[in-house]
Design a binder for this molecule. Structure first.
Ligand code: CMX
Length: 138
């Protein structure tokens, strides 16, 4: 798939209000965006570190993916997201290679990116996201 870089690391937290000041201090830069992704039942907060972002995820519903994750495993790294080109073709290739897709087709995620998840059962236990920013100039 040859991703260009790690687009972001998603970290599940119980409270954005509690976690944001820590990450602002750790990274030495302010949280630059807070966005609710209603479809995913999360509220997200973003920080930049080089080309990569840290995405804090607070659940808005205990039955949503992050709510269930925190209930089962507690706070911590939830997923890793790789920036790819040609997401649709990459998903086809992943499927052909026998990787279990959570999203068979790209959908819209935070910050307007096209995203798709690969199942952690197929990726050595790490929930893996592929994403493409179609608005980014080449
Ligand atoms: N990382 C690693 N493993 C995970 C995981 C995660 N984030 N979430 C669940 N799992 C594991 C579970 O521990 C479980 O393993 P065992 O069978 O060994 O116990 C297995 O995956 C299945 O878990 P489950 O609880 O039965 O299934 P869920 O209903 O929780 O679904 C998953 C898990 C990954 C399919 C679901 O969370 C999903 O579709 N995730 C993609 C969407 C998402 O995470 N959205 C939130 C972020 C959105 C954003 O960034 O904008």
């Amino acid at each position: 798939m040859k991703p260009s870089h790690i687009e972001h690391i998603g970290i599940a937290v119980k409270s954005l209000d509690a976690a944001i000041p820590f990450y602002e201090q750790l990274l030495g830069s302010p949280c630059y965006a807070i966005e609710e992704v209603a479809e995913q039942r999360v509220k997200t907060a973003f920080f930049k570190i080089g080309q990569t972002k840290i995405e804090l995820l607070e659940s808005t519903d205990p039955e949503g993916p992050v709510g269930k994750f925190i209930e089962k495993k507690g706070e911590g790294i939830h997923h890793i997201a790789f920036a790819v080109k040609g997401l649709e073709e990459q998903l086809e290739k992943a499927k052909e290679a026998g990787i279990q897709l959570i999203d068979a087709r790209p959908r819209k995620g935070a910050e307007g990116l096209d995203i798709a998840f690969l199942h952690p059962k197929s990726t050595f236990g790490v929930l893996t996201e592929l994403c493409e920013d179609k608005n980014k100039p080449e």
